[in-house]
Design a protein around this ligand. Structure first.
Ligand code: SF4
Length: 77
């Protein structure tokens, strides 16, 4: 299987990438709303968590939100 096959179904394809790199979490609403209608949201989120992606909105989560998810998973592991 090709890696990252989910990318071909990404709803953000062709959309201005700047939307996904907001200056602050508070400006991430537009990106989050696109992600919420994306068929590969979970694959995208898991990828970003796995590679510890630092910047941008991935799978509907900002960098700060992804750090929180990782902390919660460590606690419940
Ligand atoms: S979840 Fe969001 S960032 Fe990830 S592929 Fe879908 S639209 Fe793009």
């Amino acid at each position: 299987m090709k890696t990252h096959t989910w990318r071909s179904q990404a709803r953000c394809q062709g959309i201005d990438p700047e939307i996904f790199y907001p200056a602050a979490d508070e400006d991430a609403d537009e990106a989050k709303s696109i992600c919420s209608n994306c068929n590969v949201r979970l694959a995208c989120l898991e990828y970003a968590l796995a590679v510890r992606e630092r910047d941008g909105v991935w799978g509907g989560a900002t960098e700060r939100e992804r750090r929180r998810i990782l902390r919660q998973r460590r606690r419940t592991a």
